[in-house]
Design a protein around this ligand. Structure first.
Ligand code: 13P
Ligand code: SF4
Length: 364
């Protein structure tokens, strides 16, 4: 996998007025026509999001990428792991571009391939690793997905984690789940797995900080990764809203802590959050525990409802925020002039194995 560095796009883009940039993006989009598909994740800032041809949560965007065989260029307004998945799911003739290479996902980086392989070999010392099914959240590198594909496991997203976990536990005796502790714990609880059969694997510690007996008893072993954006929501915020507004309904993303998800009225992927608020009756009151750009968009789109952020602080995904209109214009200008910049490519061996894990998820 090439590790490219974001180049300085220069004052021509960075000092230009946003109004001008937006006009130019519109013109470039028209010029590139049917060759181009812009995919936009729900956490994108509005100025960029408005140019997306398709928008969605991670699962929906992966499906759109897989179904876009007629598009030569896929510009992914999201984060690095999403663009990697798109590259894996598209053909060699298609090009996937991430407008700013610094748009990574810190949670995905918490599961590095060396650490995961070392942990697997630790587990193998006391358990038969053939009975363990690895499941990785889509927020992970292509290398981790390839490892999971090779070991008979699957990818999952926040909208199908419970289904994938059920599949994995039918296939094996235990699941090793990376990298998000909270999505894993919330999904295991929803399936009725008792607390003492869910253990935390602390990165870098012998046996992940567990005893042999704990690991032998466990059904689900959770990597201790987390999303710092969703960790900002607390049970206290839920209590505060309920006291302030008896009509409030609380909806959160499953990357939130267990206590927050338990205290909420509902939880789900970004797509589930949008659909739930959109379909609720006029006059509904919502406190939403997810990234602020999505909450602000819901607030604007539903003036007939009250939509607030669950937290009084701005819970911004600063890496998603890197996809600014200036960077989008820079990649489109280059594509229109026949240059590909910021291409995301996964080497063929990694892509082949990672695709097995992604395809399993799409089948489950
Ligand atoms: P969704 O799949 O729910 O869109 O979540 C992606 C993500 O990164 C949440 O932090
Ligand atoms: Fe990663 Fe969290 Fe940002 Fe989602 S919100 S992309 S999990 S850092």
């Amino acid at each position: 996998m090439a590790t490219l560095q974001q180049v300085d796009i220069g004052p021509q883009y960075l000092d230009e007025k946003e109004e001008e940039i937006l006009k130019k993006i519109k013109a470039r989009k028209q010029e590139l026509g049917d060759k181009l598909l812009i995919l936009g994740h729900h956490y994108q800032q509005e100025a960029t999001f408005q140019f997306a041809d398709m928008t969605g949560d991670s699962l929906k965007l992966a499906k759109y990428a897989a179904a876009s065989r007629d598009k030569q260029y896929i510009v992914f307004c999201g984060v690095h792991f999403m663009a990697e998945s798109a590259d894996i799911l598209t053909t060699d003739k298609q090009t996937v571009v991430l407008p700013d290479l610094r748009a990574g996902c810190p949670m995905a980086d918490m599961a590095d391939i060396e650490g995961v392989k070392w942990s697997w070999s630790e587990l193998d010392k006391i358990l038969d690793s053939n009975t363990i099914i690895p499941v990785t959240y889509v927020n992970s590198s292509a290398k981790i997905k390839a490892f999971v594909g090779e070991k008979g496991g699957s990818v999952c997203t926040s909208s199908n984690a419970e289904r994938v976990l059920t599949w994995a536990l039918e296939k094996g005796e235990k699941v090793f789940f990376f990298p998000d502790e909270h999505l894993g714990r919330n999904s295991a609880f929803a399936l009725g797995i008792p607390d003492d059969e869910v253990v935390l694997w602390e990165r870098g510690k012998l046996l992940g900080g567990n005893t042999e007996d704990q690991l032998k008893k466990a059904k689900v072993i959770l990597w201790n990764g987390y999303c710092s954006v969703h960790m900002q929501f607390t049970e206290e915020h839920v209590r505060m809203w309920r006291q302030k507004d008896p009509e409030i309904k609380v909806i959160v993303h499953p990357e939130c802590r267990f206590e927050v998800v338990r205290a909420a009225d509902k939880y789900g992927s970004t797509e589930v959050i949008i659909n739930t608020v959109s379909e609720s009756p006029t006059g509904s009151h919502w406190a939403v525990g997810t990234e602020i750009n999505l909450v602000n968009r819901l607030h604007k789109r539903h003036p007939d409802k009250e939509v607030h952020s669950l937290s009084p602080f701005q819970c911004l995904c600063s890496t998603m925020y890197r996809i600014k209109p200036a960077y989008l214009l820079w990649v489109l200008d280059n594509l229109a002039e026949g240059h590909v910049v910021n291409q995301i490519t996964v080497d063929s061996e990694t892509a082949k194995l990672a695709k097995i894990a992604l395809d399993r998820m799409l089948e489950i």
